[in-house]
Design a binder for this molecule. Structure first.
Ligand code: 3H9
Length: 706
């Protein structure tokens, strides 16, 4: 017989014994992460339930979610006891049946706890998954061993390797949970526990099950897919090995090997980088200097000016997220072309299974085209994506000022131009802001939110919130030529051009930096974007054609109408049928001729030097940007680079990479480049020197000792 009804608090949970059910309600906001106190609490609650002679333990969470994983902020710190595998073992070995009831997110270590429970139920709408791979680790508390025992090898591999959560219905159909429950929380869980108790449950141990449909072909396919993916993290291959092991051995051996591999992955550079980005992306969403009591403005209607490639993509972002969009173009012909491209892009999404037909149709129906600027009058937010010329921008902003309602946020998608100047063309500079999207705008995650000198804090806060709603990763930046991303990119691209005249070929540069981890090489990127883009940008900056060693080759290519992929030739040549890229001896000769003209001796350049020159150029410019206050934090710069410029996530972003390279090493290497090339750009940024001298090992300004 159970003891009398009792209620009390154990560290991170409330415990109530009622009608034989020990109800353990964990509370560790915001996401009920499994911190050391939660681990202690679960062990204490199990011991208490045993002492109380309870008939069933119901484990669930307070707040708006079940446990969404281990506390990642504890990783890298000295391990606090008890460890999660001990807690998991105690749950599975409990002689009292344990029911785990989930709602919200049941992720990582949270799902591992649930899988060690003897019964599992989830509130409809709960997301269940093992997303550890996104952090460069693998499930470290039995996930690779229990999930295949519950859902079979194939489904387990797919869930753990993708990290994507599944729905409650999928979880029920595949055997991960016993029941999908509905109703108020936690009442629905308590009702279900009552019914379960009435059915006379006894402990069922997942570890004693065998793994269904584990044939060698599944593992061979998974390994092949992995080796073709270009992923350089340790975890995916280990996951495949461990799920295979689950099908071949008892759970004790599987868990022991899983733990060893987990600790190895957790200590790896790749995982450190991904964990850095996890927090960096969340921190970037909180711009400095904006009080928490600032209220964002309400945004329902959006207008986009310009239906070209960028404007169309931007309109799609808003329409997909449920906003009503007015798309403004100068001529009916341009408008119809823009709308037709948008329609085709939505259809592509449907054909590729990214969206359903009904969702795509609904999004498209939210976009209304017009050629009348007056139609922006109902908009709460306008994003202009017109031609990149200050004259055009002045005229657009003057018109917006005339037609937009009071309080409307007026944003520009400029990539380089001075937003303070645009704001000055209006009577309301507090409402003018930058919303710098990246191409293709409906796909790329990054949004640089550019605060001009007079932009109001509530306008910044509003755009940050809207960015999140349209699925972007926003970073606030200040005004300068190119803001954070493009300003740094110019220095990176400049090094690529200098390396060419010093003796490297386009292919060698692109291959070396791809091998290092960048998604594409700079010369291939230049050909893809069109060499005319940077040509006109140089002219806008007042740089004369062919006047510098770093631009005389691309300037001449543009003068010869070799604009890149779109004309079939640029730094490379492209097969007219297949589009296949190949090196062009004509370009190599041209580069050699230019090197001669500038008196630059050509030499063999190592791949290591290429990677260092390109990446340390980003680092040096990034440090200057940080010092000038254009970026709030070094980690914000990392978020910009991994989400907008193909920088490998597993290297954590350029500033985090500099910390792992060693700040003193970075300074020394820059000084070496300065001596070797005589280029003053390589004078290391003062902030970098100061950080290198400090013991902190970081570029975050607040952490560098004076
Ligand atoms: C694991 O479980 C390993 C085990 O296999 C083995 C262990 C031995 N830890 O994202 P949000 C913070 S690995 C610490 O803005 P949302 C986050 O920083 C883990 N903190 O909310 C933020 O803090 P702040 C496997 C965490 O509603 C706040 O919570 N699990 C953690 O948009 C709100 O977060 C995962 O990988 C954490 N695990 O999304 C899941 N998670 O307010 C990771 C969040 O100070 N988490 N925080 O900025 C997520 O995917 C999302 O947070 C979630 C909620 C979907 C849950």
């Amino acid at each position: 017989m159970a003891n009398e009804n009792t209620v009390f608090e154990i560290e991170s949970a409330s415990y109530e014994l009622f009608g034989g059910i020990a109800k353990v309600a964990i509370s560790n906001p915001p996401i009920n992460a499994i911190s050391a106190s939660v681990r202690r609490t679960i062990l204490a609650a199990l011991a208490k339930a045993e002492a109380d002679n309870a008939a069933l333990v119901l484990l669930y969470c307070q707040g708006n979610t079940y446990i969404a994983g281990a506390d990642i902020s504890e990783f890298g710190k000295p391990q606090a006891y008890p460890e999660l595998p001990d807690v998991i073992a105690a749950i599975e070995n409990s002689t009292i049946p344990v029911l785990v009831a989930m709602h919200g997110n049941a992720l990582g270590g949270g799902l591992e706890i649930a899988m060690a429970g003897h019964y599992r139920a989830a509130l409809t709408g709960t997301k269940l998954g093992l997303p550890e791979v996104n952090l460069g680790i693998l499930p470290g508390s039995g996930g690779t061993q229990r999930l295949p025992r519950l859902v079979g090898a194939e489904k387990a591999l797919s869930m753990i390797l993708s990290g994507k959560p599944i729905s409650t219905q999928d979880a029920k159909d595949s055997g991960l949970i016993d029941a999908v429950i509905e109703g108020e929380w936690p009442g629905a869980a308590i009702d279900y526990a009552g019914k379960l108790l009435a059915s006379g449950p006894s402990p069922r141990r997942t570890g004693e099950l065998s793994v269904a449909n584990a044939n060698a072909e599944i593992f061979a396919k998974a390994r092949e897919k992995q080796s073709n993916s270009g992923n350089r993290l340790l975890a995916p291959n280990y996951i495949i090995d461990l799920v295979e092991l689950a099908s071949q051995s008892d759970i004790a051996l599987g868990q022991q090997q899983e733990r060893e591999r987990f600790l190895e992955c957790r200590a790896s550079r790749g995982s450190q980088s991904l964990r850095h980005l996890f927090f960096a992306e969340r921190t970037a969403a909180k711009p400095k200097g904006i009080d928490s009591d600032v209220k964002p403005r309400s945004i329902e209607n959006v207008a986009v000016i310009g239906a070209g490639t960028m404007g169309g993509g931007i309109a799609m972002c808003f329409a997909t997220a449920g906003y009503k969009v007015t798309l403004v173009e100068l001529s009916e012909e341009n408008l119809q072309r823009g709308l037709s491209t948008i329609g085709k892009n939505y259809q592509k999404g449907v054909d590729r299974g990214i969206s359903s037909q009904s969702k795509a149709d609904a999004a498209l129906s939210r976009i209304t085209g017009t050629t009348q600027m007056e139609d922006v009058a109902s908009a709460d937010l306008v994003v202009e994506a017109t031609f990149e010329s200050m004259e055009v921008k002045h005229s657009v902003f003057a018109k917006l000022d005339a037609h937009c309602k009071p309080g409307c946020i007026m944003a520009t998608n400029t990539s380089y131009l001075d937003i303070n100047e645009m704001a000055a063309a209006t009577s309301r500079p507090q409402d003018v802001i930058g919303a710098h999207f990246f191409s293709p705008a409906h796909i790329m995650k990054l949004l640089e939110v550019v605060r001009a000198d007079k932009t109001a804090p509530d306008a910044v806060k509003t755009l940050m919130q809207v960015a999140k709603r349209i699925g972007k990763t926003p970073v606030t930046v200040g005004v300068c030529y190119g803001f954070v991303g493009n300003r740094m990119l110019q220095k990176y691209a400049r090094q690529a051009q200098l390396l060419l005249v010093e003796g490297a070929t386009p292919k060698q540069i692109d291959s070396a930096i791809k091998e290092w981890g960048m998604a594409m090489g700079p010369l291939s990127v230049a050909d893809l974007a069109g060499l005319d883009i940077s040509y006109f940008s140089r002219r806008n900056q007042g740089i004369e054609v062919g006047s510098l060693p770093e631009c005389s080759v691309p300037d001449e290519l543009v003068d010869e109408k070799r604009l890149g992929r779109k004309t079939g030739a640029g730094f490379y040549q492209y097969d007219p049928d297949s589009g296949k890229q190949s090196e062009d001896p004509y370009v190599i000769e041209k580069i050699q001729a230019h090197a001669k003209k500038w008196g630059i001796p050509q030499r063999q350049i190592s791949d290591e030097e290429i990677a260092d020159r390109l990446i340390l150029a980003l680092v040096n410019e990034g440090a200057k940007i940080l010092q000038e206050g254009i970026a709030d934090r070094a980690s914000d710069i990392d978020v910009v680079y991994v989400n907008g410029y193909g920088f490998p996530r597993w290297r954590g972003g350029p500033m985090f990479y500099a910390e792992t390279y060693g700040l003193a090493n970075a300074v020394a290497r820059m000084r070496q480049f300065q001596e070797q090339t005589g280029d003053d750009f390589w004078q290391p940024a003062p902030l970098l020197c100061k950080a290198a001298e400090s013991d902190a090992g970081t570029l975050e300004i607040g952490k560098i000792a004076d």
